[in-house]
Design a protein around this ligand. Structure first.
Ligand code: ANZ
Ligand code: ZN
Length: 819
């Protein structure tokens, strides 16, 4: 027999949903609300298999919540500014806007076809002036709060994209976007002071334990990199002056073991203290340093290099004078950019000491062999030696405590906490981004663009050369750049940088709550009703980028009184990737799988089912191991089952085959549990099982007319609608229900039907059968009596009359005689 026609079903139901606004977020105040958010896509080309996987997971959640009776917000939009659009536009010689909005339309069409239950009325694009007006407003709000500032510094520079990159965008020394080796450059840039929130970004992670993947929490924790230790003041005598130089150390207890001192070559200090004799050597070394990346510099297996600066530092605890080096394993922008080197207990210092023949002095005896001989630094607990008043102590906590007290008493140091996290560099010298709403005036300095003049709209540079040159292409738009100063009216110029697109994506989920709101970035009431987001779904590649930045934004909004929750995303799911033959899909390997082609061949439902069935959502899917054809055959089977049902809608299912009813409710309980715990692959397995057991009953026993068959087919249809919505609509219709299954209710598990080896107990009132119960064969008489008296059919038959006798023959019969 034929199955369902996937292509026809897609056309029909997509049109139906659209016409009836089936998935518009209901919000009349009578139901509990849930917010299901997907990370919004970049509009780079059409949807691919990765999208197919990510978005179906969120769709299962949204559809489930709707069936459970929640009002569900499930919006979609586009992260539409950014380098990919600009690079593609340069390559194809078109304007980024043209390319971007064309891609958005393509993706929107594909999303609709893919059956995602989005509320399309809330659609947004971060490159729309109506949106980025508020990105600019938020930037100015941050600046008012002292959280946005400009400074000159060395920045990561991608020579190919000709733009600055945030540390997070440098992966293993390479540009995250194009893979080019990143170099350093000095520029004046805008920063967000995310470091001011380092402590809270860490401590609020408590609220996310168990609800966010551990992997993401660990990555954020390491990225924030909290270190406890001390600042210690050394004095350095230069030929010109004596200066105090502070180091940060996590091991102040090893202070007596410091045998040399190291400063970062590019820190201003190095050039200031170097002697004339050593200057030429130092400058040559500095040049070499500027060519190395931060990752290379921190690499432990790289040979240590450095140069003696000709000066000595005095250790504050023992007055010892130790030589000062510049070496590139010390970074300028971490701690204070200077370290006391303790080669016996720090491997990097030991490697350096062995290269340059410097002293190695053990001050913590851990019982391991002497590092001076083995070349292996020891870092564990032990008893202090050669360490003045620390000698005799035997653990780190005591040692660190004692030395910090001493440093503080002597006024030469103090206990301290530092963070690895750097401020967020947000300036980009590129065209296709949100303009920074600042005007530079010779007389007034930085002047914010007045609120009533927002948005600062990107000038149309169509036909102009956007190719990267190292300065923003906006600088060439002189009509746009030259403005009157809003403060003094004198000649002034606009800031020509645009913002990192991670600024755009740090607040889009608030905007979805009130997409047309005109008095601010979002309506605080709407946000209070819908947020925090109940479930966020997206890729783990954003663990330290977007997922940290948006937490930071939320905290600033919280401090500004604009939101009343500390963490914006209650739960996070990182879906896996779709790979092929064990490898990431790529053009060069020729192992790409095209989503459109797959859908044309098997239909949307079969592809969605395949993706969900392939494994737990966070695991990668190898397309070589799955069977969309098998999925399609299953869907046909499920469809035919619905078509075969002969009992009418609304039939009293309690008279149905007890064995099948038991299976139906047992599997329904499993389906529910697996959806709640996001084991969606198990959900599919259980639905398949239910189709099989039901089919057996249809083909034997009481057959298609058994009410239990209808019950089972309805459970199959509703559960399947989460994953394969088109065929589920067809089935719902075949079952004689009005459209749409999206408006159905999630079936209720009947606990009494879950019992293994249940026995049917007949309930009689005055000798007539008034009901049946599924009970355990071991049920006690008292329990059975209570259940029987509570039964709806019995109650109806009694019609309020008092009971005279109850005869209980557990487990098969209860006979009730009323007065
Ligand atoms: C002396 C010492 C002795 C250190 C010892 C460690 C072990 P974390 O934990 O990552 O915060 N350090 C400080 N500033 C640095 C910089 N700008 N560049 C490179 N290294 C720097 O690391 C803190 C430790 O890293 C500090 O503690 C310092 O070395 C080094 F047995 O000081 B320690
Ligand atoms: Zn001015």
């Amino acid at each position: 027999r034929p199955g369902y026609d996937a292509a026809a079903a897609q056309q029909r139901w997509q049109a139906y949903w659209e016409e009836h606004d089936t998935f518009a977020a209901r919000d009349d105040g009578s139901r509990e609300r849930r917010y299901m958010l997907d990370m919004f896509p970049y509009p780079s080309g059409d949807l691919h298999m990765g999208h197919a996987e990510a978005f179906v997971m969120g769709d299962v959640v949204a559809r489930y919540w709707r069936l459970r009776g929640f009002d569900v917000l499930h919006p979609i939009g586009w992260d539409s500014f950014g380098l990919p659009a600009e690079n593609a536009a340069i390559q194809r010689n078109t304007n980024p806007a043209v390319w971007t909005y064309a891609n958005i339309e393509t993706q929107a069409t594909s999303f609709k076809r893919y059956g995602l239950s989005f509320d399309w009325s809330r659609r947004l694009h971060t490159s729309d002036p109506e949106y980025y007006r508020w990105t600019q407003w938020l930037f100015l709000m941050f600046r008012d709060r002292g959280l946005a500032y400009r400074k000159a510094s060395f920045v990561n520079w991608c020579p190919k994209d000709q733009t600055v990159l945030a540390n997070e965008q440098v992966v293993a020394g390479l540009c995250e976007r194009c893979g080019t080796q990143v170099t350093k450059r000095q520029l004046t840039q805008w920063y967000f002071k995310i470091t001011e929130y380092a402590d809270r970004l860490l401590s609020d992670m408590d609220q996310l334990q168990g609800a966010w993947p551990d992997r993401v929490l660990t990555m954020q924790k390491n990225w924030i990199g909290r270190s406890e230790g001390a600042f210690v003041d050394f004095t350095i005598e230069t030929p010109r002056e004596e200066r105090v130089v502070t180091v940060f150390t996590t091991r102040p207890d090893t202070l007596y073991g410091a045998t040399f001192f190291v400063v970062a070559p590019e820190a201003a200090l190095a050039a200031e203290i170097v002697t004339d004799d050593q200057r030429a050597a130092f400058e040559a070394y500095l040049e070499a340093t500027n060519r190395a990346t931060e990752i290379e510099r921190q690499s432990t297996d790289r040979p240590k290099t450095g140069v003696f600066l000709g000066v000595y530092a005095t250790n504050p605890v023992n007055g010892e004078k130790i030589p000062v080096y510049a070496a590139d394993y010390v970074l300028a922008d971490y701690g204070t950019g200077a370290v006391m080197a303790v080669p016996a207990h720090d491997q990097r210092d030991l490697d350096f000491a062995r290269t340059y023949g410097l002293d190695v002095r053990m001050v913590v005896d851990t019982g391991e062999p002497d590092p001076a001989e083995t070349g292996v630094a020891t870092s564990g607990d032990g008893s202090y030696v050669n360490s003045g008043q620390l000698d005799g102590l035997t653990d780190k906590v005591a040692g660190v405590g004692a030395i910090i007290s001493q440093l503080e008493a002597d006024g030469v140091g103090q206990g301290a906490v530092t963070f690895r996290l750097r401020d967020w560099l947000l300036s980009r010298q590129r065209y296709w981004g949100c303009p920074i709403p600042i005007i530079h005036c010779a007389a007034c300095g930085e002047v914010p663009v007045p609120e009533d003049q927002l948005p600062v709209v990107l000038p149309d540079l169509r036909g102009q050369d956007l190719a990267p040159k190292g300065t923003s292409p906006l600088a060439a738009a002189t009509d746009w750049v030259n403005v009157d100063c809003p403060q003094c009216g004198g000649p002034a110029t606009r800031d020509t940088d645009t913002m990192d697109t991670f600024v755009d994506s740090s607040w889009y989920f608030y905007r979805y709550c009130s997409p047309d709101y005109a008095d601010g970035p979002f309506d605080p009431d709407d946000v209070r009703r819908w947020m925090p987001v109940g479930q966020y779904v997206g890729g783990v590649e954003h663990a330290i980028l977007h997922l940290l930045y948006m937490r930071f934004f939320n905290k600033v909004l919280y401090d500004a009184g604009m939101v009343d929750f500390v963490e914006p995303m209650q739960r996070l799911l990182n879906q896996g990737q779709v790979i092929n033959q064990g490898k990431a899909m790529s053009k060069s390997l020729g192992n790409g799988v095209d989503l459109g082609v797959q859908i044309d061949e098997f239909g949307v439902d079969a592809i969605r089912l395949t993706v969900v069935f392939a494994g737990p959502p966070e695991e990668d899917i190898d397309w070589a191991d799955v069977s969309p054809g098998g999925s399609l055959r299953f869907l046909h089977r499920a469809y035919r089952l619905a078509c075969d049902v002969a009992a009418p809608p609304g039939v009293d299912v309690s008279t149905g085959d007890p064995g099948l009813r038991h299976q139906t409710h047992r599997l329904l309980a499993d389906i529910e549990q697996s959806v709640e715990t996001q084991r969606f692959n198990v959900t599919v397995a259980r639905i398949m099982e239910l189709v099989n057991v039901t089919r057996k009953v249809v083909d034997s026993g009481a057959g298609a007319a058994d009410p239990a068959v209808r019950e089972a087919a309805e459970v199959v249809t509703i559960a399947l609608s989460l994953i394969a919505p088109y065929v589920a609509e067809e089935m719902w219709e075949a079952l004689g229900h009005a459209p749409s299954v999206a408006q159905a209710s999630w079936p209720v598990v009947q606990e009494t039907l879950l019992i293994e080896d249940a026995v049917t107990c007949v309930l009689q009132v005055q000798g007539k059968v008034r009901g049946r119960l599924q009970v355990a064969p071991t049920i006690s008489e008292d329990e059975l009596r209570a259940l029987a008296l509570a039964d709806e059919g019995v109650q109806r038959a009694l019609a309020g009359r008092e009971v005279r006798t109850v005869i209980v023959r557990a487990p098969k019969l209860v006979s009730i005689v009323p007065v």
